[in-house]
Write a protein that binds this ligand. Structure first.
Ligand SMILES: [Zn+2]
Length: 114
């Protein structure tokens, strides 16, 4: 067992192939992400967003949040929690973390919303 545990993936640190090929996009990741209404997406996912300008705050869904610790940038979709440290640079990263899915499936979900 020990030997198997230290054996790396055939593809080094990359993910296994099946996970990388689950999505055959008609559109590039950039165009899918660009089509998303970031503010509407986060309002749907998090409820009320406080603040204005480029940044909003909301209750974090990645830990049991009593305050609004999660900061969201409604321009590029990035998010960061000041309490639990959850962060990412796009709505796709948010979905990946929240729903524990790969980037391709997160994009597929976003395509369905667009
Ligand atoms: Zn958090």
């Amino acid at each position: 067992m020990t030997r198997q545990q230290i054996k790396p993936f055939r593809g080094g640190i990359r993910r296994p192939f099946s996970r990388r090929r689950e999505h055959r996009p008609d559109r590039s990741a950039e165009s899918v992400l660009a089509a998303v209404n970031v503010e509407a997406f986060y309002m749907e996912a998090l409820g009320n967003l406080a603040g204005h300008g480029d940044w909003r705050t909301a209750k974090c869904v990645f830990h049991d949040d009593a305050h609004a610790s999660l900061r969201i940038n409604v321009q590029h979709g990035g998010f960061a929690c000041m309490t639990c440290g959850a962060k990412g640079g796009s709505v796709a990263r948010f979905i990946m973390k929240r729903d524990d899915m790969g980037f391709a499936n997160a994009l597929r979900l976003l395509e369905g919303l667009a």
